[in-house]
Design a protein around this ligand. Sequence first.
Ligand SMILES: NCCC[C@H](NC(=O)CCC(=O)O)C(=O)O
Length: 442
Amino acid sequence: MKTREVNFDGLVGLTHHYAGLSFGNEASTRHQFRVSNPKLAAKQGLLKMKALADAGFAQGVIPPQERPNIPLLRQLGFSGTDAQIVERVAKQEPQLLSAVSSASSMWVANAATVCPSADSLDGKVHFTVANLNNKFHRASEAPTTENLLRAIFRNRDCFSVHSALPQVAMFGDEGAANHNRLGGAYGDPSVQLFVYGREEAKAGLVPARYPARQTLEASQAVARLNQVKPELLVYAQQNPTVIDQGVFHNDVIAVSNRQVLFAHEQAFLHQQALYAQLRDKVPGFTPIEVPADKVSVADAVGTYLFNSQLLSRDDGSMTLVLPEESRQHEGVWRYLNEMLGADNPVSELKVFDLRESMANGGGPACLRLRVVLNETEQKALNPAVMMNDTLFITLNNWVDRWYRDQLTQADLADPQLLREGREALDELTRILDLGSVYPFQQ
Ligand SMILES: NCCC[C@H](NC(=O)CCC(=O)O)C(=O)O
């Protein structure tokens, strides 16, 4: 076993639905109140995990969260039995029930920011849970995310999990979706590129229409908590004009792997200065920059070609894992095939149908958290979460037994959904050997 990147994918939860909760994420707004299919969503995700595991990539799974979030409704003044609370909130505030029922924890690129041991001062793998402060329905993910990460990365000699930053806009943090690691072999210390949307302390350029979710102050705090070696740190501001076109996270417009940065030419505010810095710090730095006259920002947002996974194969070549939407678009697909023929490490495209997640603004990269682990660390994590033939079958059967094949906002009022969810998750914690991680289990 060598040092590898292990991808952990979020398993879609039982309450996956389209609530239009994420202002600035145009897919979320566009698909509000559309009928969802939680069963299909979970299976599309499982198929991606299984296909990548079969292709030789290390693949784990992170379970969904308890929804609806009854403790949060109690905090907001609803009282009575759990079933009465669901009934009351459904009647009085249906949009609030939607928010506390969101399955948004599936997008684990926003679960935490990870620092591999090669990059940290104390030689441990660090995780800082993201506070997701910009969206109410997402901010509540943090405490359970912390429990889940502790249950998966449970060896304290190897792993250090930090709680989320304070829940204020000044420290708005969206996790690994705004973080890139660039370097040579996975086990070599590598540059950590923290991308932010605004700086709280300075009246600099900011988007005019949509929120900048991540602050520089948050990125700096995460870098401190994760003990990133100072010489490896690079900060860059996202281009505010692309945030205004629907690029709510940097991973909607850029993806990195080892020495390669695949990005749109308008991704960053001072892109050439950033490249100069990276050229200086990253041996063999290879930008693959996509010009706007080949792929517009609108097409990048529409097809999610940058929300792809760039994965290294054993021979050093790379596979780009894309959503079906990027194959459906003639111009984008042509560009991707040109890229295959050009002089760069990308030599394979793999396409997945992730339509259910995509309709809420989550592509292949949103669904995964990258964790670079050396041999000792791979052995130290909870082995029950690693994808293989048996786990794939077990989870598919579990989904078949518990998930509905259609769900609307009105269905959330059914207290049976709450009961089903808890029973299903209780069983899942046994399958994945997690112990008690959910509020209903404490
Ligand atoms: N990394 C992808 C995250 C997508 C996520 N969408 C949502 O939460 C949409 C939920 C809804 O509208 O039902 C977000 O915007 O943070």
